[in-house]
Design a protein around this ligand. Structure first.
Ligand code: C2O
Ligand code: CU
Ligand code: CU
Length: 467
């Protein structure tokens, strides 16, 4: 279908439908009610899947393919689209200062391209829609890791098809290590793992069902690492969870079932200067949280929960048994963690971007051929991101990390997980968020877009060029 037809279909068919309240629809789904009951501790829970690790992924091949199946916890989905047959895809791990060489092969029945979300790379390695390859094609990436330790992720980014491909199972974590992190005595494997959150709808035939609306995909069940109602056996000690919201559209309101049980130590762009202990953290699509959880002091067979306060569900059950080997950092809330972040200041230029409706930025729908603005290399700029309605819009920028300096309207405050370096920031209704950004790594063409993937696919995306 031509893009123009697709868009007019959407605006004619769906554009005027009122937005559902996500959590209401979610809570009323019969499947969800059953899952939530299980979440109360009485019914079945299934072992959390921990994705395999590829260390220094040189020569690694990401085979994009369809047709695989996956156990999602007591049932199997049979129409998975994936990287190498797995959801989540392998966790790639590489150190700052090393070179990454990877090849993506496209064995899907449609175009795709893989984007390294959060990775500071040149345009040729960024995996934007201009680089998409047809069925049977491949794309080779070759880039140095020039940024600090962080957890980024990879997912498809083809024109108009990102929401579908991600929803059908294509996503994985990419962890960067560095010497600053090495010096902190943080828990490592097996006490460190990604927790990739998402939602899904599974139809009667056991297929993942992706039905989009302009308000965003709204799945009937939530999953952690692809498992519905998972549990994880943990030992008394400290765990490091690298949390990613890998959902198309859903925001999670994360909390623990115990008070003061965790520490927030990092986010999108890596470790934060100061440790905090928020009782609740709302995480929008593509945002990451780096969290230490303290399981010390609980008797054997204690159960704790990672909760989603928005949907009212217990996302993950922790079952405490036995003692951890080794002792790891568990800093006091308010203590300093790292001092390698030099804040941006004194912006030279200010630009304003309005996220309009569900399909436009500054009144324009995405056009692959159009470059909307140019940014001088190496200069600090203030970008004002705002919306009047139809939010949430998690705004994501490629090519550089940014610092969030203010939020007015709406929630009218900044949160601890919005400190340090970010690549995605949430705009709720009527919010204006100011960020400082500097493109000082590469010149070239990059993207800014809403990471509610349905909004992205409908055109809430723009090209700009660093010159
Ligand atoms: Cu996570 Cu432009 O994408
Ligand atoms: Cu990105
Ligand atoms: Cu949006």
């Amino acid at each position: 279908m031509k893009r123009r037809n697709f868009l007019s279909l959407v605006s004619g068919g769906l554009g005027s439908v009122a937005l559902f309240s996500c959590s209401k629809e979610f809570a009323e789904s019969p499947y969800h009610v059953a899952a939530a009951k299980r979440g109360g501790g009485a019914g079945a829970r299934y072992p959390l899947r921990i994705p395999g690790i590829v260390d220094s992924p040189n020569g690694y091949i990401l085979n994009c393919k369809n047709g695989g199946s996956m156990d999602v916890g007591g049932k199997t989905v049979s129409n998975l689209w994936s990287y190498n047959g797995e959801y989540p895809a392998k966790t790639l791990v590489a150190r700052k200062g090393t070179q990454v060489k990877l090849t993506m092969t496209n064995n899907l029945p449609e175009h795709t391209i893989t984007h390294w979300h959060g990775m500071i790379v040149n345009s040729a390695n960024d995996g934007g829609p201009m680089l998409e390859v047809a069925t049977g094609g491949s794309y080779s990436y070759d880039y140095p890791i020039i940024q600090r330790a962080a957890m980024n992720w990879y997912h498809p980014h083809p024109h108009l098809l990102t929401g579908k491909q991600v929803n059908l199972g294509m996503a994985g974590a990419f962890i960067i290590r560095d010497t600053i992190e090495d010096g902190l005595n943080l828990p490592g494997v097996p006490y460190e793992m990604p927790l990739i959150l998402r939602d899904a709808t599974i139809d009667r035939n056991g297929n993942l069902s992706y039905k989009t609306t302009s308000g965003g995909f709204n799945g009937q069940v939530s999953m952690v690492n692809g498992i519905i109602s998972p549990y994880l056996n943990v030992k008394r000690g400290i765990y490091r969870f690298r949390i990613l919201n890998g959902a198309n559209s859903r925001i999670f309101g994360l909390a623990l079932s115990v008070t003061d049980g965790w520490r927030l130590i990092g986010n999108d762009g890596g470790l934060l200067p100061t440790v905090t202990a928020p009782s609740r953290m709302d995480i929008a699509p593509a945002e990451r949280l780096d969290v230490l959880v303290n399981f010390n002091g609980y008797p054997d067979n204690t159960k704790l929960y990672l909760k989603d306060l928005r949907a009212g569900t217990d996302l993950l059950e922790f079952r405490v048994n036995g003692d951890q080997t080794g002792t790891f950092l568990y800093p006091a809330a308010g203590s300093a963690l790292v001092n390698d972040i030099i804040p941006l200041s004194n912006p030279v230029t200010t630009r304003t971007f309005s996220f309009d409706g569900m399909t436009k930025i500054n009144g324009k729908v995405y056009d692959m051929e159009r470059i909307d603005w140019q940014v001088p290399f190496g200069q600090v700029e203030k970008w004002i991101l705002r919306t009047n309605g139809n939010a949430p819009h998690p705004v994501h920028i490629h090519g550089a990390s940014f610092m969030v300096i203010s939020r007015s309207g709406g929630r009218a405050q900044l949160y601890p997980w919005e400190g340090g370096w970010k690549d995605t920031v949430l705009l709720e209704d009527n919010e204006t968020v100011e960020v400082l950004i500097r493109f000082d790594a590469y010149k070239g063409i990059y993207l800014m877009h809403c990471h509610k993937l349905e909004h992205e696919d409908l055109g809430m995306m723009a090209n700009f060029e660093v010159v």
